[in-house]
Design a protein around this ligand. Structure first.
Ligand SMILES: C=CC1=C(C)c2cc3[nH]c(cc4nc(cc5[nH]c(cc1n2)c(C)c5CCC(=O)O)C(CCC(=O)O)=C4C)c(C)c3C=C
Ligand code: FE2
Length: 416
C-alpha cells in the first residue's frame, strides 16, 4: 500500500474509511513527500538515502530504541536477503509509511499483515534508522573475516567496568531515533518481525531525553544528573571537523567503510540517590561546569572556553584535575573528539528501591581506538564522576556509509 501514514493521518476518519473501501483509487491521490536531510519540524520525515547514514549528524531526536541482533541463520544469502528486506522497510518507515507494501490493514485478511499497525495515523516523526555491524559478524560464518576493519578490534577492559555480556556486543545493531517513542518502537519491532528465523534480538534499550545536541540550532539538553550535556559536542555544522573526526575515509580501513563511522555504546548506570545527596558545589566541581548555565567554572556562559590554567585564591586549579571536562577535553587527547548522541534511560527500579537509571552513551567516530579508547581510559582512571556511575554494557559497531538509492541496500559494499 503506497500511502504514507502522514497522508492517512491527514485524511481523517472519512478518508480512512475511503482508503479501506477503495484503496487502489485512493492510493493514486497520494503524493510522496520526500524527506529533507534535516527535518524542519518534529513530525516531518528525514531523508533515508544519502552518502552517509541518517541518524548520525541528524539533529538528535528526543527518543531512542536501540536494538542488537544476533544472526541465527548460517546462510550468507539469507543474511543478504534480510539486509535488502530491512533496507526497503527502513526506507518506507522513515518516510512515514507502513513497513511493507500492503501495510497493516491492506493485505490478505488470511495472512499476517506486513506492518504491525501501532504507527498508523502517526507522522514520520523524524525517524532515522542507522545500522552497524559488530565484530562477531566477521567470524567464519559468512566469509567476511578478511573484510573486518581493524577499528573493530575489541575495546579493552577499563578500570571499574562491570560489563554484562548479555547486553553487550552482538552481530548487528540498529539505532532507531524519533520524536515519538511509538514510532521508534514500531520501527524496531517491524525489523525484528521481518528478521524472524534469520536473527534473534540479543537486547534492546529504550532512551528518552537526548543527552546531546548534534546541531548548533538545538538547545543543549540535560542528563539525569541535571547538567547540560552536549555543549562541547561535534556538531553537523562543523564540516571540517566531521571530516577529520567522524567519517571513515579512503585508506583508513576496508573500502566498504569509506563514508561510514564507528559507534561505541556504553550503558552507564548512575547511582542517582547518592548523587542527589551530593552538595551542588561538589556536583559542579565533578563536571567542571556550573549546573545552571552549563558554563565552565572559569567562565560565565555555556559556550565559553574552559581555562584549565586558571587558579583560584587557594592556588588550586578552578577546574579540578579530576573533573570530567578536563579529562575528556581534546587538548588532553591530541585533539581527539567524539560525536556524542546518547540518551537518558530509566528501566524502572532495581528491587532495592533504587532507580535503575543512567545514560545510554553513544558516540560516533572515525577510529574508536584513537578517540573513545584514550578518552575513556583517562576517565576510568581519574574521573571524579566514577564514584557515581558504573558501566554495565559495551558495544562497538561499524556503521557503513549511506544507502544511495532504491537499488542499494544496507552494507551492500561489504557483501559484493
Ligand atoms: C569516553 C567518553 C565519555 C564518556 C563515557 C562520558 C560519560 C559521561 N559524560 C557525562 C556528562 C558530561 N560529559 C560532558 C562532556 C564530555 N564528555 C565526554 C566524553 C565522555 N563522557 C567528552 C568528550 C566531553 C566534552 C569535553 C570537552 O570538550 O569539553 C559534559 C559537559 C558538557 C558537554 O560538553 O557536553 C557533561 C555534563 C555523564 C553524566 C557521563 C556518564 C554517565
Ligand atoms: Fe561526558
Amino acid at each position: 500500500m503506497n500511502i504514507s501514514r502522514r497522508k492517512l493521518f491527514g485524511l481523517g476518519a472519512a478518508g480512512v474509511a475511503a482508503v479501506g473501501a477503495g484503496a487502489v483509487a485512493t492510493r493514486a491521490l497520494v503524493v510522496d513527500l520526500p524527506g529533507a536531510a534535516h527535518a524542519a519540524s518534529t513530525s516531518d520525515p528525514v531523508a533515508f538515502y544519502g552518502a552517509h547514514q541518517a541518524g548520525i549528524v541528524t539533529p538528535a531526536q528526543d527518543r531512542l530504541h536501540f536494538v542488537v541482533f544476533d544472526v541465527t541463520t548460517d546462510k550468507r544469502a539469507e543474511l543478504v536477503e534480510l539486509l535488502q528486506d530491512w533496507t526497503s522497510a527502513a526506507a518506507r518507515m522513515t518516510q512515514g509509511k507502513d513497513a511493507g507494501t500492503f501495510g497493516a490493514v491492506g493485505g490478505d485478511p488470511e495472512a499476517p499483515p506486513d506492518d504491525t499497525g501501532e504507527a498508523l495515523g502517526l507522522p514520520a516523526s523524524g525517524l532515522t534508522l542507522t545500522i552497524g555491524f559488530g565484530a562477531s559478524l566477521f567470524d567464519d560464518r559468512f566469509g567476511l573475516a578478511d573484510r573486518k576493519p581493524a577499528a573493530l578490534a575489541d575495546l579493552p577492559a577499563f578500570r571499574g567496568d562491570d560489563i554484562l555480556a548479555e547486553i553487550s556486543g552482538g552481530d548487528i545493531c540498529v539505532q532507531a531515533c524519533a520524536h515519538d517513542p511509538q514510532v521508534a518502537v514500531h520501527a524496531i519491532r517491524n525489523l525484528a518481525r521481518i528478521g524472524f528465523g534469520k536473527v534473534s534480538v540479543r537486547y534492546s534499550q529504550l532512551g528518552f531525553g537526548r543527552t546531546s545536541s548534534t546541531s548548533r540550532a538545538q538547545a543543549t539538553p540535560r542528563n539525569l544528573m541535571g547538567f547540560k550535556d552536549g555543549t562541547a559536542n561535534l556538531k553537523l555544522e562543523d564540516t571540517e571537523m566531521l571530516r577529520d573526526h567522524l567519517w571513515a575515509a579512503a585508506g583508513d580501513g576496508p573500502a566498504w567503510m569509506d563514508g561510514g563511522s564507528y559507534l561505541v555504546t556504553r550503558k552507564i548506570r548512575m547511582h542517582i540517590e547518592t548523587w542527589d545527596r551530593a552538595p551542588l558545589s561538589e556536583q559542579e566541581a565533578i563536571f567542571g561546569r556550573n549546573k545552571g548555565a552549563g558554563a565552565p567554572l572559569t567562565g560565565a556562559a555555556e559556550f565559553d572556553d574552559p581555562d584549565f590554567a586558571k587558579a583560584g585564591s587557594d592556588g588550586r586549579p578552578v577546574i579540578a584535575d579530576n573533573s570530567h571536562v578536563r579529562l575528556a577535553h581534546p587538548s588532553v587527547h591530541g585533539g581527539a573528539r567524539l560525536l556524542r548522541r546518547g540518551y537518558n534511560f530509566v528501566d524502572g527500579t532495581d528491587g532495592l528501591g533504587r532507580l535503575d537509571a543512567g545514560l545510554f552513551f553513544m558516540a560516533y567516530q572515525r577510529d574508536p581506538h584513537k578517540q573513545f579508547v584514550p578518552i575513556q581510559r583517562e576517565l576510568a582512571a581519574k574521573d571524579a564522576l566514577n564514584e557515581y556511575i558504573k558501566h554495565v554494557s559495551s558495544g562497538l559497531y561499524a556503521c557503513p556509509p549511506g544507502v544511495t538509492d532504491a537499488g542499494d541496500y544496507w552494507g551492500r559494499a561489504l557483501f559484493t
